[in-house]
Design a protein around this ligand. Structure first.
Ligand code: SF4
Length: 306
């Protein structure tokens, strides 16, 4: 381990609003951890920190939760220095030391590999992410980490859902808890219930030493940007829409989709009662669903007409 210090008290100087925000985020994270059994007694959680607002927030919240958690777990913060030009390598070690967290800095020049392998003008993110994932998994193995925590929040999950639907022909989001492809690691996303706006406001209040995310020179994925704008637009026009979409991720009704692998439509017949039967015209569905749907359809048709 690179260093271990005693933790100083956290967030002493937060304003009243920021304290409320912190409470809400802690509640969201605590709920996600409980709902998905993300952290268990004796776990070593490797928290991946990029220097962005999300991972700083994740680390702060997990450290705060550890203080009051009924289970005992260890946190190791990790940063991968990919040797991108201008990366301020001293920022994260100094921050980790200031908050007294165990940490590991891994330095691997994936930047040069990506530049060498990917033709000019092509997107570098796929190879870069693959390399990064391999290094994170290897580090988790070396440190004996039982969980790998990533800082994706609610909007990241939803953007991925729409990206997969629009461009991949799949209903598939980013799960709050995931087994790695070789079965060796468990990846958790404790911010899965946290709104991005809350995370951003909290990060501003905490005045984290943010490291810019465009050092590699690659622009943010254009399709993800579009989806982000679409979701933000929906939320602006119909506040609460994002919350409803996030809730929908936890209320999947296979009998009302069209995937024969999830629901056996072929053997569906009269007689046997199916608990998920047609609710379209039921009062409850009509009052809770029809109204916002109608608004959306009206609003979308306005967009089409304009
Ligand atoms: S934006 Fe840059 S650092 Fe991030 S995944 Fe893409 S290539 Fe890698």
């Amino acid at each position: 381990m690179d260093n271990v210090l005693e933790a100083p008290p956290l967030e002493e100087s937060l304003s009243g609003n920021a304290i409320k925000l912190r409470k809400r985020l802690l509640r969201n994270v605590g709920q996600a951890i409980a709902d998905f059994n993300m952290i268990e007694d004796g776990d070593t959680v490797l928290v991946c920190c990029s220097g962005g607002k999300d991972s700083y927030t994740l680390l702060t919240l997990l450290m705060a939760l550890r203080e009051r958690a009924p289970v005992d777990f260890r946190i190791i913060a990790m940063n991968l220095d990919q040797k991108q030009p201008g990366f301020p390598a001293e920022v994260l070690p100094a921050y980790f030391e200031s908050i007294g967290v165990e940490y590991r800095i891994v330095t691997e020049d994936t930047y040069s590999i990506v530049k060498e392998k990917v033709p000019e003008g092509k997107t570098t993110c796929a190879l870069c992410s693959r390399l990064r994932r391999g290094i994170i998994y290897r580090t988790a193995r070396e440190l004996g980490a039982t969980k790998i925590a990533l800082g994706h929040h609610r909007e990241d999950l939803l953007e991925t859902l729409f990206l997969n639907m629009f461009f991949g022909g799949k209903i598939k989001a980013m799960p709050p808890k995931l087994q790695s492809d070789n079965g060796e690691h468990i990846v958790i996303r404790p911010l899965a219930y946290c709104a991005e706006a809350d995370v951003a406001r909290f990060a501003r209040a905490m005045d984290y030493p943010i490291i810019p995310c465009n050092l590699c020179g690659t622009q943010e994925n254009a399709q993800r940007k579009q989806i982000k704008a679409l979701l933000a637009d929906w939320e602006r026009n119909f506040p609460g829409r994002i919350e409803s979409l996030a809730t929908a991720l936890q209320n999947v009704v296979p009998s009302h989709l069209a995937d024969g692998n999830l629901f056996n439509f072929k053997t569906l017949d009269r007689g046997a009662v199916n608990g998920d039967g047609d609710l379209v015209f039921d009062e409850e569905a009509a009052t809770t669903i029809a109204s916002p749907v109608t608004e959306t359809i009206r609003w979308m048709s306005r967009g089409v007409e304009q």
